[in-house]
Design a protein around this ligand. Structure first.
Ligand code: SF4
Length: 89
């Protein structure tokens, strides 16, 4: 497992300008709204990498819910979730 120890990207996180509860709510509407913010976020890739590798089990990170991240982690052959994610887009 490789952890991203450089977390300077957090200073550019668009979610920091929004209600943090939105990213940790369980509802489908909140997930949809949070993902809308993530799509415009300049550090989405860094955020998703961090959440996948750490791993982070709660909340929307990098535009994926916890359930979606778990699914990619589980299905990714040899931990290559990036390829799996790219092929499913
Ligand atoms: S991708 Fe989403 S959760 Fe990650 S830093 Fe950006 S806004 Fe926040």
């Amino acid at each position: 497992m490789v952890l991203d120890t450089d977390q300077d990207w957090r200073a550019h996180a668009l979610c920091a300008q929004n209600d943090p509860d939105l990213f940790f709510a369980a509802g489908a509407l909140e997930h949809k709204l949070a993902k809308t913010v993530c799509r415009r976020c300049p550090v989405r890739s860094e955020c998703l990498s961090y959440a996948m590798e750490a791993p982070v089990d709660h909340g929307v990170w990098g535009g994926l819910t916890e359930r979606e991240r778990r699914r990619y982690r589980r299905r990714a052959p040899q931990g290559d979730w990036r390829t799996l994610l790219a092929n499913s887009a």
